[in-house]
Write a protein that binds this ligand. Structure first.
Ligand code: CTP
Length: 401
């Protein structure tokens, strides 16, 4: 997570799941990111983890109960409820989810959840049967319908020995969900953003393929930005070295043909379509169903042209739909990008220099410029992929107005 100077207050509600120990790392990472973290431990959580750890990690007094002798003289739950920018309940047991859904206020945390108007984010952690129980599912639906956010749970081995849904998701996923929940501008709320990301792989035989150097970092940054701004996001993902953000729908499409098929179907409902994938322009005409053997001594591979995914989306665009492409160039950046924006019928293109140390495939930064359909060029300073994503959606938002 990006460091911020913000001292927004996050109330970290820790409830009585065995995953409570992971809340220590959450507290530490949030503090590192510049947030003021107020830990609140339920009575059950206090059986599992100690207040002293949270106090040391956050530099703040841990709230342990309504009638805590150390509590400040103001009506603490009301004061904190008003001050907090976010309530993060991690881990969230079936019990706290049920109490929050039904308005039960029988301890500090459940009472304060009723009193606050801040966003609330739950990271559930419980046994699979408890999670799947209709009561829990109904409670989650109630909370979602009131605007509460959920991150996870994930699947895996649970403390009770079973394997299934109910594990609290990994800490980085929770931190991402915090960023999304705290983002103030929700200018893409109600919109559907579809993007291609990563690099395609074209099979040569069952074990070999033709690929490219795309890491998927740009696509990931774009998905994250669109989620923060409130959009529903689908990623049509080729090979990515980085995990897609929590909250995005992911459709894996290994080859250019697969990507084109999924793209054309999703583009029908998309308000914004961004082609950030490095799509292989060629595929092997006749991939072998058997592994090529060294004994063949040599190998000739016939390559044929792949569909141009973004061009097909551009050609079928609906009124009001925004289509954005990227142009990866080693030379004549602006000239080539201007040709591509026309050929592919795009609203905007991000032209970026590839093949240099600080810009291109796998790098953290980009030397890029935006070019619109009128040919106006906006040159950006050397920027991180996250910064390019923010600026890009600023432009997209203007185009949607
Ligand atoms: N693109 C695509 N399908 C392809 C090739 C490219 O959708 N088969 C999209 C990319 O996702 C990007 C844009 O088209 O948004 C430009 O990609 P780029 O690789 O720069 O250009 P190409 O069209 O492949 O042209 P060239 O390789 O000749 O530069």
């Amino acid at each position: 997570m990006k460091r911020t100077t913000s001292s927004k207050e996050i109330v970290l509600g820790v409830t009585g799941s065995i995953a409570a120990y992971k809340a220590c790392e959450i507290a530490s990472r949030l503090v590192e990111s510049g947030y003021a973290v107020t830990p609140a431990l339920t009575a059950s959580a206090q059986e599992l983890v100690g207040s002293a750890t949270f106090e040391a990690l956050t530099g703040r007094r841990v709230i342990t109960g309504m009638f805590d002798p150390l509590a400040s003289p103001d009506i603490e739950h009301i004061a904190v409820a008003q001050r907090a920018a976010l309530f993060l309940i991690a881990p969230a047991t079936a019990n706290i989810i049920a109490k929050a859904a039904r308005g039960i206020a029988d301890d500090w945390l459940s009472t304060t959840l009723l009193a606050t108007r801040a966003p609330i984010l739950f990271a559930p952690a419980m046994n699979t049967n408890m999670y799947n129980h209709p009561a829990t599912q109904e409670n989650i639906e109630i909370l979602k319908s009131r605007g509460c956010a959920f991150v996870g749970p994930g699947s895996g081995r649970l403390a009770c020995g079973t394997v299934g849904l109910g594990r609290m998701v990994h800490v980085p996923r929770i931190l991402e969900a915090v960023e999304i929940a705290l983002h103030e501008t929700k200018d893409l709320a109600g919109l559907f953003v579809v993007l291609t990301a990563g690099g395609t792989r074209e099979p040569i035989d069952p074990v070999r393929f033709i690929a490219n150097r795309s890491s998927g970092k740009m696509g990931r940054a774009l998905a994250m930005e669109a989620l923060k701004r409130g959009a529903r996001v689908a990623i049509i993902a080729g090979h990515m070295d980085v995990p897609p953000p929590e909250g995005a729908e992911v459709i894996v499409a290994e080859t250019a043909k697969d990507m084109a098929e999924v793209a054309l179907s999703l583009a029908q409902d998309a308000d914004v379509f961004v082609g950030a994938a490095a799509v292989g322009d060629f595929r092997v005409q006749n991939p072998s169903s058997d592994k090529h053997k060294r004994s063949e001594k040599g190998l000739e591979i016939n390559l044929i042209e792949n569909p141009d995914v973004i061009s097909q989306v551009g050609a079928l665009r609906r009124d009001g739909q925004i289509v954005v492409g990227f142009a990866a160039e080693t030379a004549d950046l602006i000239k080539n990008a201007k040709t591509k924006i026309k050929q592919k019928q795009l609203d905007l293109i991000v032209a970026n220099q590839v093949g240099v140390e600080d810009s291109g495939f796998g790098t953290e930064t980009l030397r890029a410029c935006f070019i619109d359909s009128k040919g106006t060029v906006e040159e950006l300073d050397l920027s991180t992929k996250e910064e390019v994503a923010t600026l890009l959606f600023d432009r997209v938002s203007d185009l949607l107005d």
